[in-house]
Design a protein around this ligand. Structure first.
Ligand SMILES: O=P(O)(O)O[C@H]1O[C@H](CO)[C@@H](O)[C@H]1O
Ligand SMILES: O=c1cc[nH]c(=O)[nH]1
Length: 235
């Protein structure tokens, strides 16, 4: 039992899906898992364990931004022995290749966050996906002919950022595909704690055209990404 997760020992699977929105986590458990139960309600940050195609799996809400995400990922790994984590999130596209509802498979993450400067001082760590998960997700996405792209993302510290246009221009010029708020911390914690991690992101809006998917779809939809994540764990 941790400060933010009240699950009993042994009640969280080794493979965990991570969603910023706790209601997306609830929806995933209700839609994809059999025999599921809710192991966490602290702060309304739902976590569920169940079975997918006979495999034991969990899903946990993380909240938005690296500090919130970090608390849940830390407690899952240190307190409950979680070994593989796949984020199933949303992102804003900043490139022509990723359209609304495309899946972005995050190979690595740029950031404007100060968290890794605080951790590593002048050492500039490169947060990147676990290659085995990345390769499997990519191969599956191609096999299934999904509208998926692989590349870097920009993990931003602020959603409403007065300097977002300048930052996106830099990120875009360096080849980043999309903006979101957690992947850098996921990949950093995975390296520090020797676990495997991948970030899959469905494009919910465009910073280029300002199009958006409707809010309910952002909360519950994105079936292709969730199925891809589960198949990546258990292929
Ligand atoms: O949909 P989630 O997983 O929350 O991800 C994205 O959406 C939130 C911003 O609206 C941030 O957490 C960002 O990373
Ligand atoms: O962080 C995020 C997530 C979705 N869309 C954005 O523009 N930013």
């Amino acid at each position: 039992m941790g400060i933010h997760i009240e699950a009993k020992d042994g009640s969280i699977a080794e493979c965990v899906l991570l969603s910023g929105d706790p209601l997306r986590a609830k929806h995933i458990a209700q839609t994809y898992f059999s025999d599921s139960f809710c192991y966490n309600e602290i702060r309304g940050m739902y976590g569920y364990t169940g079975y997918w195609n006979g495999h034991r799996v969990s899903v946990q809400g993380t909240g938005m931004g690296m500090p919130s995400f970090s608390i849940y990922a830390h407690e899952l790994i240190e307190g409950y022995g979680v070994k593989k984590l796949i984020r199933v999130g949303t992102c804003g596209t900043i490139c022509e290749r990723a359209k609304l509802r495309s899946i972005v498979i995050a190979q690595a993450a740029d950031t404007d966050s100060g968290m890794n400067r605080s951790r590593f001082d002048s050492y500039s760590f490169a947060p990147c996906a676990s290659f085995s998960l990345l390769q499997r997700a990519w191969d599956l996405a191609m096999e299934k002919k999904l509208d998926a792209v692989v590349g870097n993302v920009f993990t931003s510290d602020q959603f409403y950022d007065g300097k977002i246009e300048e930052k996106v221009a830099i990120a875009k010029s360096l080849g980043a595909l999309a903006v979101e708020m957690e992947t850098c911390e996921l990949y950093t914690l995975a390296a520090l704690k020797k676990v495997k991690a991948l970030s899959l992101l469905t494009v919910s809006d465009s910073l280029l055209t300002l199009e958006q998917v409707p809010p309910l779809e952002r909360q519950v939809a994105f079936d292709e990404m969730v199925t891809l994540a589960l198949e990546t764990f258990f292929d």
